[in-house]
Design a binder for this molecule. Structure first.
Ligand code: NDP
Ligand code: 8X3
Length: 255
């Protein structure tokens, strides 16, 4: 019988825990007996989540774009949550689908600040302690958008290409220290992602998923759970998954 890790030995720090993939991952791990640090900006969402698993979830209201606040939040974690051995750097967003010559500069800045700087803040604030403890796992939410370009994906896709390459570089740095690194690259997944991308336009967001079966936050959480519970001599470098209705765009010729 193959021996997976016992999830109750895991303490999982999840950024973007208030919604979608992150919230599903919080529930997946806490439901299996792991301790979870759930992080996001929306305090009420975090409180509701914590009430579902009394004692297992510690919540932190944090904007990951803020380096000082991220460092302070990690330093202030109480026992036993301070002994985290999984960090799921998942917080992120896409804003708009405009072509590069029309997009609002503030949208590009927010995506870079969150998807790149926020992710780096999360890693730098948490990694040294895991290396010191000789046990840990950094998991990222990349995206198929980091592999395959599409019109209007410009900075969002580039930010996820950064995540892909950073994950490989990080693995090159920490392999052999006891810390693992995995990049999860989902495709179409129904969360609040499109509502955020289209700035609250519910009809447009719903239209993305209408008439098809997208993946769900739970589908992605299961992939994170699998990668983290494999025995410690195994490192999954990346998992790329698409909804079974999704595929690549053809190359185009503009006439
Ligand atoms: P959601 O919008 O449902 O969740 C995004 C999460 O990120 C929220 O919990 C939000 O929390 C958090 N977040 C955003 N900005 C910040 C910030 N500055 N500081 C802290 N937390 C922040 O979308 P998803 O669950 O889909 O997105 C999760 C990740 O998955 C993202 O990185 C996204 O790019 C990626 N992804 C999504 C896909 C999809 O099709 N849905 C496919 C591939 C990748 P709060 O607002 O409370 O701060
Ligand atoms: C989200 C997937 O295809 O909407 O990262 O960019 S996609």
């Amino acid at each position: 019988m193959y021996q997976m890790l016992d999830p109750s030995t895991l303490t999982v720090l999840v950024t973007g825990g208030t919604s979608g993939i992150g919230a599903a991952t919080v529930r997946r791990f806490a439901g299996a007996g792991a301790r979870v640090v759930a992080i996001g900006r929306r305090a009420e969402r975090l409180a509701d989540l914590a009430s579902e698993y009394p004692g297992l979830i510690h919540t932190v209201v944090l904007d990951v774009r803020d380096w000082d606040a991220t460092q302070a939040a990690v330093a202030a974690l109480p026992a036993p949550f301070a002994s985290y051995n999984v960090v799921f750097a998942n917080a992120g967003l896409a804003l708009g689908l405009e072509p590069a010559h029309q997009v609002a500069m503030s949208d590009w800045q927010q995506m870079v600040d969150t998807n790149i700087t926020g992710l780096l803040n999360t890693v730098r604030a948490t990694l040294p302690a895991m290396v010191e403890r000789k046990e840990g796992h950094v998991v990222f939410t990349g995206s198929v958008a980091g592999d395959y370009p599409y019109p209007g994906g410009n900075t969002y896709g580039a930010s996820k290409a950064f995540v892909k390459q950073f994950a490989l570089g990080l693995w090159a740095d920490v392999a052999g220290t006891g810390v693992r690194v995995t990049n999860i690259e989902p495709g179409l997944t129904e969360t609040e992602f499109s509502l955020v991308r289209f700035k609250g336009d519910e009809a447009r967001a719903d239209g993305v998923y209408r008439g098809v079966a997208p993946m769900t936050g739970e589908d992605i959480a299961e992939q994170v759970f699998f990668a983290c519970n494999l025995p410690r001599h195994v490192n999954i470098n990346r998992i790329q998954a698409m909804a079974s209705v999704q595929a690549f765009s053809p190359l185009t010729i503009k006439r």
